[in-house]
Design a protein around this ligand. Structure first.
Ligand code: FES
Ligand code: FE2
Length: 415
């Protein structure tokens, strides 16, 4: 999977966190260490942590405005890899014959993206519609978890856990006037959705179909998520993109991009209210050990201390999971299975077709690259503006009709 994932553009940090004039910023990605840095023209760069010359860490490098200068022998590199200076080499032409260990970087949608694969295979950069919104309309969070990226994605193509693991959150969602909360509220009324998947040129669609019969009458609600290879899921509400990027085989970076076409989610008071409802406030992330600084700390909830689960609240019936919120519940469920869970011991059921399709899709990407072919979504040009999650009431027999009638700003007003 390492080779396959390097064939895609991968988001690695929030753009706003890389400030011009700052010191080199350590980045882990795909089991390797890098240094992100922004030069005095505002251009972001990603350097391999090891200096081209003899491997001293570029995190120690001097930030000199137009480039980073290694403190060992003073070789200096710009963000595009141009070697600006090699003061210990007398030949003035030497530096023009070599290239720094930098990687292609893009900034889009409030994120910094890197391409780590072979230069000759660099794919077109995906242009998602949410990238065209203002920063105020987009709210980005990042946290880290102590398990393989696959386990985290599993939770995103597993609609049937929502009404169980997150039942307290869903119950409260009816009382919250946030649009997001309202949309997920009905899920608690049917715990065994019918699940169907459909392969696509970017990954697969995953549909959860729930027959609901309540005061509003009988109906079937479809919630359709899109898995986009190699590590992105678009939620059925059509307003969140999640990127689950390996730091290494057993630690994972989880980026949420929330967006709104109509609201300034990233401005107060909406920003705080939104983060509090989802449970992604800085306080929660710090308290549960989900930041770069707190991951693995023994004084934070972790598998060794049973995630500080509140058994008393469970006995009293005030909490189903004994965990404080949605994110903590997801993290505990994914991480408690083991950093790389042993899949020889599992009993997949009809509820798990998203999981088996995820495995098949990821393995298909790995096999394609192994055969020397481009992986899914790279092979053929994907129309990114058409890829999205959907939810809605079924008006025909086939949920795919909802995808076919997906939101189109040109025709939306007329229909
Ligand atoms: S190791 Fe960096 S300049 Fe020598
Ligand atoms: Fe969950």
């Amino acid at each position: 999977m390492g080779k396959a994932m390097r064939r895609y553009w991968l988001p690695f940090m929030n753009s706003a966190d890389l400030v011009e004039g700052d010191d080199p910023h350590g980045v882990e990605l795909m089991g390797e260490r890098f240094v992100a840095w922004r030069d005095n023209r505002g251009c972001a760069g990603l350097f391999h942590q090891s200096c081209l010359h003899r491997g001293a860490s570029m995190r120690l490098a001097r930030a000199e405005g137009d480039g980073l200068r290694c403190i060992y022998h003073g070789w200096k590199f710009s963000v595009d890899g141009t070697v600006i200076d090699t003061p210990n080499v007398a030949d003035p032409n030497f530096k023009s014959r070599i290239k720094g260990r930098t990687f292609p970087v893009r900034e889009a949608g409030g994120l910094l993206w890197a391409y780590l694969g072979p230069r000759e295979s660099e794919p077109a950069f995906p242009h998602w519609p949410w990238m065209d919104l203002s920063d105020a309309q987009r709210l980005i969070t990042r946290h880290v978890e102590e398990c393989s990226f696959v386990q985290v994605i599993e939770g995103l193509v597993d609609s049937s856990h929502l009404g169980v693991l997150h039942m307290n959150g869903l119950q409260q969602s009816g009382e919250v006037d946030l649009g997001f909360a309202q949309k997920v509220n009905s899920m608690q009324r049917n715990l065994a959705p019918r699940l169907e998947v459909q392969d696509t040129d970017f990954g697969f669609y995953y549909a959860a179909l729930r027959d609901i019969d309540d005061e509003h009458g009988p109906r079937t609600e479809a919630r359709i998520a899109a898995f986009v290879a190699p590590c992105c899921v678009l939620n059925p509400n059509g307003d969140i993109a999640t990127f689950v990027v390996p730091l290494d085989d057993v630690r994972t970076s989880f980026i949420h991009v929330f967006w709104s076409d109509t609201q300034e989610l990233n401005r107060e008071p909406l920003r705080s209210r939104h983060l509090e409802f989802i449970g992604l406030t800085p306080e929660v992330l710090d308290g549960f050990g989900l930041t770069d600084d707190t991951l693995g700390r023994t004084d934070r909830p972790n598998p060794r201390n049973n995630f500080h689960q509140d058994r008393e609240a469970m006995r009293l019936g005030t909490s189903w999971s004994g965990l404080p919120g949605l994110i903590e519940e997801d993290v505990a469920a994914s991480v408690s299975a083991g950093a790389v869970r042993d899949r020889r011991h599992e009993m997949l059921s009809a509820a798990d077709i998203g999981i088996s399709r995820l495995y098949r899709t990821l393995l298909g990407c790995a096999d394609a690259v192994e055969r020397g072919e481009p992986p899914l979504g790279i092979a053929r040009g994907v129309n990114w503006s058409q890829v999205q999650g959907r939810h809605g009431l079924m008006t025909s027999e086939d949920w795919r009709d909802l995808i076919a009638r997906r939101k189109d700003p040109e025709t939306e007003g007329a229909s």
